[in-house]
Design a protein around this ligand. Sequence first.
Ligand SMILES: [Zn+2]
Length: 255
Amino acid sequence: MRYLVLLLVVAMACQQPKDDDISAEDLGLGKFGVPEEEDAASYDFSLEDQILTEWDRRFLDAGLVNIQEVIPEVLVDLKYSSTDNFFGKDVYGDLENAYLQPEVAEMLKTAYSLLQQKDPDLTFLIYDGVRPLAVQQVLWDNLQKPDSLKPLYVADPKVGGLHNFGVAVDLTLAEKSSGEPLDMGTKYDYFGYAAYPDREDQMIREGKITQKHVENRKLLREVMLGAGFQGIGSEWWHFNAFSRQDAGKKFEMIP
Ligand SMILES: [Zn+2]
């Protein structure tokens, strides 16, 4: 893809021989017009009016990609970059972007295409992508569950989990027109059976969630699994692109 972009840059530059200062950004191609060898963190993003936080730079340095650079139509609301999360603290400050490993972002793009085939009025709303181990520690320390149950919801930072590799994503479905998330029956990071995909039949029987909630979740699962992701039994919003073993072989964790 990058080479195609470069070819396009060359082709367009050739058509405009008088403009010898032409650059990928002048052409509106953005940061991914940058040749691979260039250090993305040192590149001048000012033309895009982008404010890169220390976290953005760290993630770009690690080779991760901003999901919205790959799929511009998705919405991002990083819950840990706000106080609207289970521990009530903003651990990312000004970070607004969600990052993943490039091939995981491509898988998500496939899932997005599948979603468009099912319902073009919907998009993804991303709650979290890559998560550094330092942030994982904050989540672990603040989760009000016995240590034996914590791994159901948050990977032990001593071991690391798939978010730390940038190969897991937390997301829901949202209306494109309003940006409003669909009702999945619980909020993000609801740590109880009502959020468990494994317990949906029981939760419907007990009146904790409705058939409609499950239909919404099933649509999310269908497009994510269709693109090669795997869900987990305890969180309707969480999807893994790789096993822990494969992630460990392919990628490094973000400290
Ligand atoms: Zn997750």
